[in-house]
Design a protein around this ligand. Structure first.
Ligand code: XMP
Length: 512
C-alpha cells in the first residue's frame, strides 16, 4: 500500500485518483495523524507528501515525521510536500515576492531521471503550478532535474534514496505527463494492483445491503448523472426499499423537471415522488445575495423537504445522496482534513447535525468520470451519461446577487439557446460544462431606434476531466458572435453578452 500524507491541498484526492487508475491501493491520512508509530504499523511501500495551503516558513506549520526520511521507502513530495522535504532535509524555502506561480508553466529538463521516463519527448512539458513560496536552496544530496521560468527547482531528486520533490501538481489534468510520473514512481516502488470499476460496483452493492438491512431509503434525485447513478445502484441493491424524491426548487433549467420525471417513470421501475417546492425555495431566497448564504439556505431546505417526504414513507431511515469526492474535499472541514473551505457544497454544507436520517453515499469515493464509468457499468445510455454536470443549488449560483423570478426566466431562455447552439455545432461532447450566468448589472444598448437598459450575461464553457481544474473552451469568434446575436435578439431582457475566459484555478467553474 501507499501512504499519502495530506497537508490540505485542494487536489490531494486527485493523487489517490491517479493511483487508482494505476490499480494501486492507497490511503490518505491528514498529517496530524501520521506519527512514526502509525507509519510502521501501516508499513507503506512508498509515501507521497501532498500540497497544502500553509507556508513552511511559518512557525508551527505542518511537517512530516522526521524519521520518515530514514524509513527507507521512496518518497514523492508535491508543492508544499516538496518544500517540507527540502526544509526537513536541510534546504531552504522562502516566501518570495514575484515568484508565486498559479496556472500553466513549462518545465525544461536538466538531467535524466527515472520518474521522468516518457517526459520531454517533444521539448518542454506543460505543468500546473499553484504556489506562493518557493525553494531557494535544495537539500544536501539533491540535484535539479527540471526548471521552469519561476521555479528554478521545479523538479529535484536524490535518486540514490528514491526521494523526489516537484514544485508543480502532477496529479491534475493540466499536467499532461503527470500520470506518467506517478506510473514511473509506483513502478520503481514495486507496486502492482487490481482495483476495477466492476469490483467497485459489487463491493458497493454488498455495502449498501449491509448498511440498510430491511429499512427504507429515500434518495434525492436531481436528474443529474450523480444522483441518477446513485439511485440506480441503490435500486439494484435493495429494489423497492428505495423511493426517490425529485425536488423541484424552482432553480432548474428550461423543461428540466418534466424531462427528469418522464425519464425515470418511463425507463426505470423506481418509485418517484415529484415535489414541486419552488414557492418555498424562492420565498426563502428572496432578497439574499451572499453566495454562501444562498447555498446554505438551499442545502437546508433540501433536507427539510426530504424529511417531510421521508415522514410519509413508513420506516424510512436513510437518505441517499450522490455526493462525490470533489464535494467532500472542497468542504473538507467536516472530515477533519486541513483544507480551506472554498464553497459549501450543496450536498454537504446544508446538512444539519441532527437530521434524523442516516446517510447512504455510494459515490463518495468517486470522481465525476469514475461515476460515468460506473454508470456505463450499470448499463445507462451513453447520451445520458454524457450530460454536463448541473450543480445542486441550480440556477441560484448562476445568478450572482439577488435571485428574482424575472432573472431566472431570462436565464433559462438564454441558457437553452446557448446549449442549442453548442449542440448544433457538434461541440457538446467536447465540453465538460457550459452555461449562462446572468449578471447583476443592467447596461445600456440600442436596438432598432430605441434605447435599451437590460441585463448583461456571461457565457461559460470549460474543459475538465474531474471538475477540480478547468480551462475555458476555445470557441471560434464566429460561434461566439452568432450565439451572442441569437441570445440578444431572442431573449427579452438581455442586451449584452460576454464570454468568461477564466481557468480554474484561480477561478471556479460556477460563478458562486
Ligand atoms: P466549482 O464551481 O466549485 O464547480 O469549480 C466544480 C463542479 O462542481 C459543480 N458544483 C456543484 N455540484 N452541488 C453539486 O452537486 C454543489 O453545491 C455544487 N457546486 C458546484 C459545478 O457545477 C462543477 O461541475
Amino acid at each position: 500500500r501507499l501512504l499519502i500524507i495530506d497537508f490540505g491541498s485542494q487536489v490531494t484526492q486527485l493523487i489517490a485518483r491517479r493511483l487508482r487508475e494505476l490499480n494501486v491501493y492507497c490511503e490518505i491520512h491528514p498529517y496530524q495523524n501520521v506519527t512514526m508509530e502509525f507509519v510502521r504499523e501501516m508499513a507503506p511501500r512508498a509515501v507521497i507528501l501532498s500540497g497544502g495551503p500553509d507556508s513552511v516558513t511559518r512557525e508551527g506549520s505542518p511537517r512530516a515525521p522526521q524519521e520518515i526520511f530514514d524509513y527507507g521507502v521512496p518518497i514523492l513530495g508535491i508543492c508544499y510536500g516538496q518544500q517540507v522535504m527540502m526544509h526537513q532535509l536541510g534546504g531552504k524555502v522562502e516566501s518570495g515576492h514575484g515568484t508565486a506561480e498559479f496556472g500553466r508553466a513549462f518545465v525544461t529538463p536538466k538531467a535524466k531521471l527515472d520518474i521522468l521516463a516518457g517526459w520531454f519527448t517533444d521539448g518542454d512539458d506543460q505543468v500546473w503550478m499553484s504556489h506562493g513560496d518557493h525553494v531557494s536552496e535544495i537539500a544536501p544530496g539533491f540535484k535539479v532535474f527540471g526548471t521552469s521560468p519561476n521555479a528554478p527547482f521545479a523538479i529535484t531528486a536524490d535518486p540514490s534514496r528514491h526521494f523526489y520533490a516537484v514544485q508543480f501538481h502532477p496529479e491534475v489534468h493540466h499536467t499532461p505527463k503527470g500520470a506518467k510520473l506517478y506510473e514511473n514512481f509506483v513502478k520503481l516502488a514495486g507496486f502492482s494492483g487490481d482495483w476495477t470499476m466492476g469490483a467497485y460496483r459489487e463491493q458497493m452493492i454488498t455495502k449498501i445491503r449491509e448498511q440498510v438491512g430491511d429499512k427504507k431509503v429515500i434518495c434525492g434525485l436531481s436528474g443529474g448523472v450523480d444522483s441518477s447513478v446513485a439511485a440506480i445502484l441503490i435500486h439494484e441493491a435493495i429494489g423497492d426499499q428505495l423511493t426517490c424524491v425529485f425536488v423541484d426548487h424552482g432553480l432548474l433549467r428550461k423543461n428540466e423537471a418534466t424531462e427528469v420525471v418522464e425519464m425515470f417513470r418511463d425507463n426505470y421501475n423506481i418509485r418517484l415522488i415529484h415535489a414541486d417546492e419552488s414557492e418555498l425555495f424562492l420565498g426563502e431566497l428572496d432578497g439574499q445575495s451572499d453566495p454562501e448564504t444562498k447555498r446554505k439556505i438551499i442545502g437546508k431546505l433540501f433536507i427539510d423537504v426530504f424529511q417531510k417526504h421521508a415522514d410519509t414513507i413508513d420506516g424510512a431511515e436513510f437518505l441517499a445522496q450522490g455526493t462525490l469526492y470533489p464535494d467532500v474535499i472542497e468542504s473538507v472541514s467536516f472530515s477533519g482534513g486541513p483544507s480551506v473551505t472554498i464553497k459549501s457544497h450543496h450536498n454537504v454544507g446544508g446538512l444539519p447535525e441532527k437530521m434524523g436520517l442516516k446517510l447512504v453515499e455510494p459515490l463518495r469515493e468517486l470522481f465525476k468520470d469514475e461515476v460515468r464509468a460506473l454508470g456505463r457499468e450499470l448499463g445507462l445510455p451513453t447520451s445520458f451519461i454524457g450530460r454536463h454536470p448541473f450543480p445542486g443549488p441550480g440556477l441560484a449560483i448562476r445568478c450572482p446577487g439577488e435571485i428574482t423570478r424575472e432573472k431566472l426566466e431570462i436565464l433559462r431562455e438564454a441558457d437553452a439557446i446557448y446549449i442549442d447552439q453548442i449542440r448544433k455545432h457538434g461541440l457538446y461532447d467536447d465540453i465538460w460544462q457550459a452555461f449562462v450566468a446572468i449578471l447583476p448589472v443592467r447596461t445600456v444598448g440600442v436596438m432598432g431606434d430605441g434605447r435599451t437598459y437590460d441585463f448583461a450575461c456571461a457565457l461559460r464553457a470549460v474543459t475538465s476531466v474531474d471538475g477540480m481544474t478547468a480551462d475555458y473552451y476555445p470557441f471560434s469568434h464566429e460561434f461566439l458572435g452568432e450565439t451572442a446575436t441569437r441570445i440578444i435578439n431572442e431573449v427579452k431582457g438581455i442586451n449584452r453578452c460576454t464570454y468568461d475566459i477564466t481557468s480554474k484555478p484561480p477561478g471556479t467553474i460556477e460563478w458562486e
